[in-house]
Design a binder for this molecule. Structure first.
Ligand code: URA
Length: 210
């Protein structure tokens, strides 16, 4: 599996942002964040990008920010996480039958990666997907993640509209299931409720039974 170097410099703007963060927060991770990988898992969750005070600080996807609290709580509720999650990442959390990655591996300013940055990271997502030989469901958290997944499968974007709980066949074996991102913004504005997020993982597990 190809992973970006911690100091990846493919994206000039993101490298510049990282250098600023290294100066300001020298004890933080400040690098391309590696995925949480369970090679044999049937589920892959794809987020957007590390949060500044979350994954960029702790070095683990979704760890340390609001989106992570929601995601890890929900995974535990649906039997996809063992152990306890701690915001600093010093915990005994293990994922069951799932892996977590991000469409973009380095923290972008204002949580918004530019299209060339998303493109630069597509190879890493492609490699992460093909590393999972038992993969059955990819859960896309948000539009950017959805589009990156479609791009890595060389499919036409127009045939795959993003929408909460939209479901598509990517291959004969692999399905894509869309979810609104579990960001603080989406939760506060009620775009995504806990019930809606629960339904995504109920559906994920249903797919695995077929
Ligand atoms: N943290 C991540 O690692 N990814 C997201 O999409 C949001 C927060």
């Amino acid at each position: 599996m190809i992973e970006p170097d911690k100091n990846c410099s493919k994206c000039k703007r993101l490298k510049k942002f990282r250098d600023i963060n290294i100066k300001q927060y020298p004890n933080w991770f400040n690098g391309a964040v590696p995925s949480i990988i369970n090679k044999n898992s049937e589920i892959l969750i794809v987020g957007l990008a590390p949060g500044l005070n979350g994954a960029n600080k702790t070095g683990r996807p979704f760890t340390g920010d609001y989106a992570g609290l929601t995601l890890f709580h929900t995974l535990k509720k649906h039997g996809l996480l063992k152990g306890h999650y701690k915001e600093d990442g010093n915990d005994n959390l293990t994922l069951k039958n799932c892996s977590i990655t991000n469409a973009v591996r380095c923290v972008p300013p204002k949580n918004l990666p530019k299209s060339d940055e998303i493109k630069n990271c597509e190879n890493f997502l492609k490699s992460t997907i093909s590393y999972h030989k038992n993969l059955r469901v990819i859960v896309a958290l948000g539009l950017i993640s959805h589009k990156s997944i479609i791009a890595t499968f060389n499919l036409k974007q127009k045939d795959f509209k993003f929408g909460h709980s939209n479901k598509y066949n990517l291959t004969e074996k692999i399905k894509l299931l869309d979810s609104y991102h579990c960001s603080r913004y989406n939760i506060n504005t009620k775009r995504l409720s806990q019930k809606m997020f629960d339904e995504i993982f109920i559906e994920t597990k249903k797919i695995l039974l077929n």
